[in-house]
Design a protein around this ligand. Structure first.
Ligand SMILES: N[C@@H](CCC(=O)N[C@@H](CS)C(=O)NCC(=O)O)C(=O)O
Length: 296
């Protein structure tokens, strides 16, 4: 097989040494690379608030904007933030400024400038924990509650790549439909939904009686999935059968802070649901994209 041939799961024999074929197809082929580091020089913008967020409203990005909006709704004015749009399909995550905040070149990335020296925070789980500890909110204070919250927070970090990079990739984004990976990852996605369903049969929220950063991390993935908003896979995965996850997902979707958080750094879908950049609470009324113009 020559290097430019398209991969075919039924006949592919791996060569001795893997080489980078830029033509490997798939929805994200243009941004996938086998190397890290910046591709170009570009400073990040900095606004006036202590928290600078560089993100996009994917499930991983939404976790952070939902938590920030929840903190503001609780009255934590120190959680005011500037949210800047990082267009991952255009390669913004490979700019030198972004890579300095997150060497892994993935959204979300946060710069906390509230102290003497800026603190960089990357990985959504690390950002949620940083903010929850900073403001003493959405993280139980007792040892058992805290442990259960972190159990589910880290469960999400380990599990969602099988849902997104595994099931979602092969079911929705790969250049052709292949039975083996779809079957394998559909099984795992359903197993994960059952894990959540059993927990939520016994408990109002993942960590117990209170809504925490565990719910905030899990909801944009598994809540969206059972509400039929991810990969067009609701029927395929029979998401209606996970009744306790459905109850929890709908309860969280109804929270005003969640509805605001979902809009931030969203640059696709219904225009009314998009807020490309967020700098003030009033931006939700005026919709910042009107001010910052058309996408580059
Ligand atoms: N484990 C990371 C995952 C972040 C992630 O995968 N971000 C995606 C968007 S959802 C991204 O920035 N992709 C751009 C790229 O891979 O170049 C987290 O939870 O923060």
């Amino acid at each position: 097989m020559n290097d430019s041939a398209k991969p075919d799961s039924s006949t592919y024999t791996p060569p001795k040494v893997w080489t980078w074929s830029k033509e490997n197809g798939g929805q994200f082929a243009s941004i996938n690379r086998p190397i890290a580091g910046p591709t170009h020089e570009k400073e990040l913008p900095v606004g006036r608030h202590p928290l600078q967020l560089y993100s996009l409203a994917t499930p991983n990005g939404v976790k952070v904007t939902v938590l920030l909006e929840e903190l503001l709704a609780l009255g934590h004015s120190g959680a005011e933030y500037d949210a800047w749009l990082i267009r991952i399909n255009d390669g913004d995550q490979f700019g030198s400024g972004f890579v300095a905040v997150n060497p892994n070149s993935k959204i979300p990335a946060l710069l906390d400038r509230s102290g003497a020296a800026p603190i960089r925070v990357f990985e959504s789980g690390s950002i949620l924990l940083h903010l929850a500890e900073k403001f003493g909110a959405f993280l139980p204070a007792d040892a058992a509650g805290r442990a259960e919250c972190l159990n589910w927070l880290f469960w999400q970090m380990g599990s969602a790549p099988y849902l997104g990079g595994g099931f979602g990739h092969f079911y929705a984004y790969a250049p052709s439909k292949m039975e083996y990976p779809i079957d394998r990852f559909a099984m795992e996605a359903k197993r994960q939904l059952d894990v959540l369903d059993r927990r939520l049969a016994d408990s109002p929220y993942l960590a117990g009686s209170d809504y925490t950063i565990a719910d905030i991390a899990v909801w944009p993935w598994y809540g969206a999935l059972v509400l039929g908003q991810l990969y067009g896979a609701a029927e395929f995965l029979q998401v209606d059968s996970y009744v306790h996850v459905q109850r929890w997902a709908k309860q969280i979707a109804a929270r005003p802070a969640v509805q605001r958080g979902r809009m931030v750094n969203r640059s696709w879908g219904e225009p009314a649901g998009q807020l490309w950049e967020r700098h003030e609470a009033s931006d939700f009324e005026s919709q910042t994209q009107d001010k910052i113009g058309a996408p580059s």
